[in-house]
Write a protein of this length. Structure first.
Length: 92
């Protein structure tokens, strides 16, 4: 599939400069930038889809974790302290 992009002159100059500094072509530089953007957007979409599934599961079960317990647990782990994982439960 052939694609044509209209790139503003200032952006084109910046791409050419960075491509030259990286010892690659402007074309290859732009392809890599598009690939990187795709990975970022696909990762975001996957994260949001997983969050939506987990929220639906949480709402269905009625169980959750108090944020304070989660933060305490993560802080202890980061400090190398042995910590018990908080348990999900129905909260008032």
């Amino acid at each position: 599939m052939a694609v044509s992009l209209r790139i503003p002159d200032d952006v084109k100059r910046r791409v050419e400069k960075q491509a030259g500094a990286g010892d690659t072509t402007a074309h290859a530089f732009m392809l890599e930038a598009i690939r990187e953007k795709l990975v970022i957007e696909e990762t975001k979409a996957s994260f949001h889809a997983e969050a939506t599934r987990r929220l639906a599961r949480m709402k269905k079960s009625g169980k959750s974790l108090p944020a304070g317990e989660v933060f305490d647990y993560l802080r202890d782990l980061a400090q190398g302290v042995k910590a018990s994982r908080p348990k999900a439960r129905k909260l008032p």
